[in-house]
Design a binder for this molecule. Structure first.
Ligand SMILES: Cc1cc2nc3c(=O)[nH]c(=O)nc-3n(C[C@H](O)[C@H](O)[C@H](O)COP(=O)(O)O)c2cc1C
Length: 198
């Protein structure tokens, strides 16, 4: 089956297309607790295997925030401006464990997508990151050894374009690319050489 690219783009929910990982955050604008509670509520309603809800979330907005920022990789320097960082942690025993398959990272990913979409719908910058020192972060937040932290979510208000440096403005304007549906999807089975080529 051939995808009609334009039609597919048209029919998806606009929120999905609006979501993107912005980096320019207003350092002077805090995110109110009420907003944070709404974001957490969105994560809470994510699906999970057997409804195990294996996610544990640490919110850093006051005294733990500088400590979390110290754990970020150098490439994530832009996140130093964030007023809030969510740490998503879990461990295999909290999620479904099917032979050889741990589902907790998948469940966390679903909760993270929920929180991202909720925040984007509220006009926030919502940016998931994997670039951090997990050991240092766990020490800083007193997360027990057996837990894994696969991702943080950087949260803030967008920096108004007129306050961005030109390099920042350029980066933020770069369009997000995606592989075509043909590259990632096959119908009715794994892709194989077409009959004529066999
Ligand atoms: C699990 C995960 C880890 C990521 N880690 C980082 C990161 O460390 N630094 C960063 O700037 N972006 C990070 N990103 C954001 C991706 O680069 C971004 O989602 C991707 O380029 C697609 O762009 P978009 O989200 O704007 O559509 C991460 C995204 C995911 C889902």
């Amino acid at each position: 089956m051939i995808f009609k690219k334009r039609n597919c783009m048209k029919s998806i929910d606009p929120l999905i297309r609006k979501r993107h990982s912005a980096r320019a955050i207003d350092p002077d604008r805090p995110v109110p607790d009420e907003t944070l509670e709404t974001l957490i509520e969105a994560a809470r309603w994510a699906p999970s295997c057997f409804n195990n809800q294996p996610w544990r979330i640490v919110v850093s907005k006051d005294k733990s925030l500088p400590k979390v920022k110290e754990c970020l990789s150098r490439g994530n320097g832009w996140a130093q401006d964030a007023p809030v960082i969510f740490t998503f942690a879990s461990k295999p025993e909290l999620g479904c464990q099917k032979t050889g398959r741990d589902y907790f990272p998948l469940d966390l990913g679903l909760a993270i997508e929920n929180i991202l979409l909720q925040g984007i719908s509220m006009g926030l910058v919502m940016h998931p990151i994997a670039g951090f020192d997990e050991i240092l972060l766990k020490e800083s937040l007193r997360i027990p050894d057996e837990y894994r932290v696969h991702a943080l979510v950087i949260v803030g208000h967008p920096l108004p374009a007129e306050r961005m440096e030109s390099s920042q403005r350029e980066k933020e304007a770069q369009p997000s690319e995606r592989k075509s549906a043909e590259e990632i999807v096959s119908w009715e089975g794994w892709p194989q050489l077409s009959d004529e080529k066999i």
